[in-house]
Design a protein around this ligand. Sequence first.
Ligand SMILES: [Zn+2]
Length: 235
Amino acid sequence: MINRRALLRAGIMAGGLLAGATSAGTAVLAQTAQRSYDTAPDQRPSTPDQAWATLREGNRRWVTGTTTHPHQDAARRKEVAQKQDPFAVVFSCIDSRVAPELVFDTGLGDLFVVRTAGQTIDPLVTGAAEYGPAELGTPLVVVLGHQRCGAVTAAAESLHEHKSLPGELSTIASSLRSAYTRSGGDVDKMIRINTVDVVNRLKKDKLFAPRIAKGKLKVIGAYYSIDTGEVTRLV
Ligand SMILES: [Zn+2]
């Protein structure tokens, strides 16, 4: 445990140095950290706003059909083989049409991706989202809802008809009950409400709240259009 944490701390240090440390005492370490990003056309974003700007630029390329597929070659695989330092956590739906690495035009080692049906959340999922910001200093969490979400639609129908979904699908519907009630039965509204609910829940997270207060982390909500490919910020 101690060794693992020490390694993680080393990862954080390298990230910090990359962000601009210049003292002679840290020069060697800084060079080591710098080298690991030499092959990248861009530098790893180190602030919440830089991280969001990078995702927005990638999404713009996706929308306009000008994707560059960064960090998707053997060199990148080698580069991140010993250490990862993703710049964002994306928490999205399992929907096959909403793959975060594709819609943000990113690659290997760029994102932590957490996916559940309708981006519903529980403690296990929260733990997965916490990992990057708490252990590696990842500066951004994006909760990504999407148009025509099948999970939210099925949950809305089940709640409307008072008919339980089979198996654990009923757990998903329960998790969306509050959003359903406040949406008045409008599925698209329910998708957006649920996304914002998850953002608000994560903002109160014990590990996240102090980082947010210090400006080291932002948790934002966004909506993905299946039709256009565009990601729009909700909150
Ligand atoms: Zn969905």
